[in-house]
Design a protein around this ligand. Structure first.
Ligand code: F6R
Length: 248
């Protein structure tokens, strides 16, 4: 795993954006696996900025997102589809039909999840998968469990994830209790993984994911088995790794 140690959120965002931009330049028809949440917001801002300067293009890019809340319509202000539109897709030249976010309103989740995986397989898997990480080590919404789930699936969000995401909703009760998440199979099938983290509240999850035991109790730890992971993190998110003596 290659680790980029950045001084703060902005530097982390710029580095992550430059890695994604590099992928679009070297492979204009690439498949990007995309994430939502606070972590990638800054990187998306850089990408929009560079697009507006004419430095990069998303015209040939295909995207698949990691997850979506069950029960939220695409235009709900906290849906992940809406997040992607307002943070990236609406501001760049990506072809709308080439963007996929799981359907939180699907009437047949099992069929939807199977189709999502079939679509990812039909693309030959993702070229570069962008990941944030939960305080509890989740990647996508693969929550700590006693086993890894390979396929796209409906997941019950843990209390810790509901607490963490309550900041985006009017009240904790408004946070959806379930999500559709890409499984560990599609994430591990990506040719490259770009894991990003910022802030001290991620330090434990990063430390366990990078050098703890590989266990479904900390889903991010499975990335130790992936041959091409780049971790971009700020000092605060790396603090426990550094304290453990890992050279970064
Ligand atoms: C989002 C996702 C989640 C987040 C994680 C961290 O699409 O898959 O795994 O990356 O919950 O969220 P933030 O970045 O808001 O701290």
């Amino acid at each position: 795993m290659r680790i980029f140690r950045e001084k703060d959120y902005d530097a982390m965002s710029r580095r992550a954006a430059s890695i994604i931009a590099g992928e679009t330049v070297h492979n204009p028809g690439c498949v990007l696996g995309l994430a939502t949440g606070s972590t990638p917001e800054g990187a998306y801002k850089y990408l929009v900025d560079w697009y507006k300067q004419g430095l990069i293009s998303f015209r040939g890019v295909l995207s698949v997102n990691l997850d979506e809340y069950v029960g939220l319509a695409p235009d709900h202000d906290q849906s992940y589809r809406r997040f992607m539109q307002s943070n990236l897709f609406d501001h760049v030249d990506i072809v709308p039909e080439n963007t996929r976010v799981p359907d939180g309103l699907t009437k047949d989740p099992a069929a939807f999840c199977a189709e999502y995986d079939a679509y990812i397989r039909s693309l030959g898997y993702v070229d570069m998968q962008l990941l944030g990480i939960g305080r509890n080590g989740h990647i996508g919404f693969n929550e700590p469990d006693d086993h890894f789930v390979k396929e796209t699936h409906v997941v019950d969000l843990t209390e810790s994830t509901i607490d963490a995401n309550a900041r985006f909703f009017a009240s904790r009760d408004d946070v959806p209790k379930q999500a559709i998440s890409m499984g560990i199979g599609a994430i591990m099938g990506a040719k490259k993984v770009l894991l990003c983290a910022s802030g001290e509240d991620k330090a434990d999850a990063i430390c366990k994911s990078v050098c703890g035991p590989i266990t479904p109790n900390c889903p991010g730890s499975i990335l130790q088995l992936h041959p091409n992971v780049v971790l971009v993190a700020d000092e605060a998110a790396l603090s426990k790794l550094i304290a453990a003596g890992v050279e970064v």
